[in-house]
Design a protein around this ligand. Structure first.
Ligand code: SF4
Length: 302
């Protein structure tokens, strides 16, 4: 609700560490934010903190007459940026016609792509190549970026079609995921899905828990907060954990707690993360990798 958004903004203004983060960028996600009848008003309230307020939509919208679409248009007219997640099943019928409209209303775009296998990702890249290939010349740089991805992915599929996440990241090392020209800024956000094989091992996964050997370097014990998530309830979770990582130390509640209470909770949680990260390293060195520590941080956070 707008009233809650206003309370959050007022509180953020009193919390220097959060205010600095908010000035960089605010992402309004969901659920599906375009379904919120108050989203335009909420957007305007958060715009008081930064010009960089982004809305993430699934763009699974049936027509331009839909109120959901009208809300997105209004936000774009106020210089908000709409980003979307490509869903191949609704691409042709719903997303594609509206993306044409979006490109007429904003000069930036991030496309999220969720994939379980490299072949899924390649297929989505090809969908975008076809789409931008039919557009004006100003999208030439977008096509160049997508072409690099297509070539890389094709060679990876040829060499190692069932590659692990590690092999994938190694192969893609150094490839930029955005392009910026005078006319247009375009970014790709590739999110590996949660494919689990019959032995319970994730071949490609975005969150390295609980079985993967990837480590997540937590910035908080190192004294920096780079990202926080505020849920609709006001609960503040560290990093981008919206509940999936099950990180227990929290930063308080932006709606209910005073700035002083939030700062004190933040310090308590930071100490837990420092101690938990040390114990995680000890566990990994003593054959107990994957065990949860009493501080409640995920076992591969270090
Ligand atoms: S401990 Fe892990 S999940 Fe928790 S904030 Fe740090 S990186 Fe995120």
């Amino acid at each position: 609700m707008p009233e809650q958004a206003q309370i959050m903004v007022d509180k953020i203004l009193q919390l220097e560490v959060f205010h600095e983060l908010a000035k960089r960028e605010i992402n309004l996600t969901g659920g599906e934010p375009s379904q919120n009848p108050h989203i335009v008003e909420i957007f305007k309230i958060f715009r008081k903190l930064t010009p960089n307020v982004r809305i993430h939509t699934n763009l699974d919208i049936s027509s331009e007459k839909s109120q959901r679409w009208q809300r997105l248009v209004e936000i774009m007219k106020f210089s908000g940026r709409v980003d979307f997640t490509l869903y191949p099943t609704v691409w042709e019928s719903r997303q594609k016609p509206l993306l044409v409209k979006i490109l007429g209303l904003q000069k930036e775009l991030i496309v999220n792509m969720i994939f379980e296998k490299v072949s899924d990702l390649l297929s989505q890249i090809e969908t975008l190549i076809t789409f931008f290939g039919e557009r004006e010349k100003k999208f030439q740089s977008v096509l160049s970026l997508l072409g690099i991805y297509r070539a890389k992915l094709e060679s990876l599929l040829g060499e190692n079609p069932e590659c692990s996440e590690r092999a994938f990241l190694k192969h893609m090392e150094g490839v930029e995921n955005y392009i910026c020209t005078d006319n247009f800024t375009f970014g790709l956000n590739m999110i590996p899905g949660f494919y689990v094989d019959k032995n319970g091992v994730r071949a490609m996964n975005s969150q390295p828990f609980p079985k993967d050997f990837n480590l997540l370097e937590c910035t908080i014990p190192r004294g920096t907060i780079e990202i926080i998530t505020v849920q609709q309830t006001g609960e503040i979770t560290p990093c981008c954990d919206v509940g999936n990582l099950k990180c227990q130390p929290k930063f308080g509640n932006l709606l209910m707690d005073s700035p002083a209470e939030i700062m004190s909770q933040l310090e308590v949680s930071r100490k837990k993360m420092v101690s938990g990260a040390l114990k995680n390293i000890q566990n990994m060195n003593s054959g107990k990798a994957g065990e949860w520590v009493e501080e409640g941080i995920p076992p591969y956070c270090v």
